[in-house]
Design a protein around this ligand. Structure first.
Ligand code: UDP
Ligand code: MG
Length: 309
């Protein structure tokens, strides 16, 4: 029985990367002597990538395009790729060649050893700003501390998933997705492979700070209640201080002390507690907003053109 590999690539305005991406994926996958398909998800491209993707699909039946009706974001695009993939093993890859396709062979090797999730660890990063590297590293460490799922540090979505894992993940239809967390959450046998993350081949990052922040919030709210609990801890702390302070202040007044008189103390206390309460409300809001999105039950994405087969 021959094995089929699926390579899933989300694409958002990557016209400068597409030819090289196709060439390198083809080169690497042809060395496996097994069958493969390349699932390209057009996440609402506006730079002509769509036509390029169609062109590849016409010339090579192994290329299967999924064209979205608009931009839905990276995590959703990858999700659609997983939905449409048919392989026994599915590899998630970025279009900008930051994840070298050659590493797929190492991932496949792990899979053949019996691991069901083989993730790629970024041992080194090239051509990224210190800000990106720093926030990414900080983010992975915070997430690691506050969530119950112990997902590996410094891994992106670049990974190989066994069909069993893909099927489980496809049954998880949550809207605010953090795929690397989900693929750790499912369990199974997991192993990592180190690689050097290259610089972008062409174009600019499609992850501005705002999108990175949303991804981070999705990761935290998706896998932890810790932010909600902070309000509780803080409430106990503030109430505790107040209870201790009452007898102290009564005693001071009775002995004629003038300390803590006046508006400044009151004002600071009111502003401080008001601030904390508003922040707690905001945290609640993050969870409730996500809850509302789930309740609406809209489709995760809208496909304009699905693969022909
Ligand atoms: N991407 C996408 N939709 C988006 C943003 C990004 O499909 O809304 C794709 C993008 O084309 C690329 C991958 O997601 O293949 C990773 O994006 P990028 O390389 O810009 O992120 P970075 O590596 O800078 O974190
Ligand atoms: Mg990139």
């Amino acid at each position: 029985m021959t094995i089929l590999y699926s390579i899933v690539v989300p694409i958002y305005n990557e016209i400068g990367n597409l030819p090289e991406l196709y060439r390198r994926v083809k080169e690497v996958m042809d060395t496996t002597d097994e069958e493969w398909e390349l699932v390209l998800i057009d996440d609402g491209c506006t730079d002509g990538s769509t036509e390029k993707i169609r062109e590849f699909a016409r010339a090579d039946k192994r290329v299967r395009p999924v064209i979205f009706a608009r931009n839905f974001g990276h995590q959703i695009a990858v999700t659609a790729g997983l939905d449409y993939s048919r392989g026994d093993a599915v590899v998630i890859l970025d279009a900008d060649l930051q994840d070298p396709p050659e590493v797929i062979l190492d991932l496949i090797e792990k899979w053949k050893e019996g691991y069901e999730v083989a993730y790629a660890i970024r041992a080194e990063r090239e051509g990224e700003s210190w800000f990106k590297t720093f926030t990414a590293s900080l983010f992975y460490r915070i997430i690691f501390r506050i969530t119950d799922v112990k997902f590996p540090l410094d891994t992106g979505d670049f990974r190989l998933l066994d069909r069993k894992v893909v099927n489980v993940m496809n049954s998880m239809r949550e809207r605010h997705r953090f795929l690397r967390g989900m693929s750790a959450w499912v369990g199974f046998k997991q192993a990592g492979v180190e690689y050097k993350r290259a610089a972008r081949h062409a174009g600019e990052t499609k992850y501005p700070f705002k999108k990175m922040l949303t991804l981070a919030l999705n990761a935290i709210t998706g896998f932890s209640y810790f932010p909600l609990q902070i309000a509780t801890y803080f409430g106990f702390f503030a109430a505790g201080i107040a209870i201790l302070a009452i007898p102290v202040v009564i005693y001071m007044r009775m002995t004629g002390s003038q300390a803590f008189y006046g508006q400044a103390t009151t004002l600071i206390a009111v502003l401080f507690l008001g601030g904390v309460q508003l922040i707690s409300l905001g945290v609640l809001g993050e969870y409730i907003g996500r809850l509302y999105d789930e309740a609406k039950g809209r489709p995760l994405y809208i496909v304009r053109e699905a693969p022909e087969d």
